[in-house]
Design a protein around this ligand. Structure first.
Ligand code: ZN
Length: 292
């Protein structure tokens, strides 16, 4: 209390001193002092205001930047989700793409549709094919003939029952030559398709050989007829179905005599790319077409 009283006394003394000084001032000095005091007060108020406004602007910029960042991330996420959706749709479309009749795959892992029998047209006595390929096949054989080549047909449409017989006969021959049943079966599967897994049952496959050499072995590829067929078959919609070095893909050994109809457009692409039907289908329709 004593200190407070002392302090109050001091303040009173100061005010008296200031009053005395003000009284001693000329009117012009009084005006100057008043203007100076007002100036200081307004300056303080304005300075505070400007500071606050600038702080506010800084905060607003920060909020705007943060919002822009959030928007950018949301846009990126949206774009990426949209792309994923597009890719999935594309994949789905590929799977849904229906395989046309002339590209139907029959191999060890894609057996024939049970009970399927094509509408047949006889090309030569005992040799028939799917009616839809008869004209082009006839034209191919006639054009080869016109060039002095002699192509012999040694197999065309074979029913599943006939295939069963061919497989059985081949196995029997091997057993007769001293092989065990298991070995005979295994060796036969290398050369003869299991019943239900042969393209011949589609009526779209043919075995064509030279009349000068009718053996069904690799030497067939050296005949003039085989060479002409390999070069020209695509013009008539045919492909060499089991080319050299593709056993891992087709599951069948090199057969320079076995031709398969796929239609001109597909044949052109397959022969040009030097790929198998399995690879072509994998690329355009499905991802699991392999023959093994
Ligand atoms: Zn064949």
């Amino acid at each position: 209390m004593k200190i407070l009283r002392g302090f109050m006394k001091y303040i009173g003394w100061c005010i008296k001193g200031i009053r005395r000084k003000i009284r001693a001032m000329s009117p012009a000095q009084k005006r100057m002092t008043t203007v100076a005091i007002f100036g200081i007060i307004i300056g303080c108020l304005m300075g505070n205001g400007i500071g606050r406004a600038s702080e506010k602007r800084k905060s607003e910029v920060k909020v705007q930047e943060a919002m822009a960042e959030v928007q950018k991330k949301a846009d990126e996420k949206y774009d990426s989700l949209e792309k994923q959706l597009y890719d999935l749709q594309e994949e789905l479309n590929d799977h849904e793409k229906e395989i046309p009749w002339n590209l139907v795959l029959v191999n060890a892992s894609h057996p024939m549709e049970e009970g399927y029998v094509p509408e047949l047209t006889e090309i030569q006595p005992g040799y028939s094919v799917d009616t839809r390929i008869a004209n082009e096949l006839r034209k191919m054989l006639a054009d080869a003939e016109a060039e002095g080549l002699h192509i012999e047909m040694c197999s065309a449409y074979r029913s599943v029952e006939r295939q069963q017989q061919v497989f059985g006969d081949s196995m029997k021959d091997r057993v007769k030559s001293g092989m065990s049943y298991w070995d005979a079966y295994y060796e036969t599967t290398k050369n003869v398709a299991l019943p239900g897994t042969s393209e011949h049952a589609l009526g779209l496959a043919l075995d064509l050989v030279s009349s000068s050499y009718t053996g069904l072995d690799e030497r067939q590829k050296n005949t003039a007829e085989a060479k002409w067929l390999a070069e020209n078959c695509h013009k008539y919609g045919f492909i060499l179905r089991y080319p050299e070095g593709t056993t891992d893909i087709t599951g069948i050994v090199f057969e320079p005599w076995h031709y398969r109809y796929v239609g001109e457009e597909h044949a052109q692409k397959i022969m040009e790319l030097g790929i198998t039907l399995e690879e072509y289908l994998e690329e355009h329709y499905d991802s699991k077409a392999g023959g093994k």
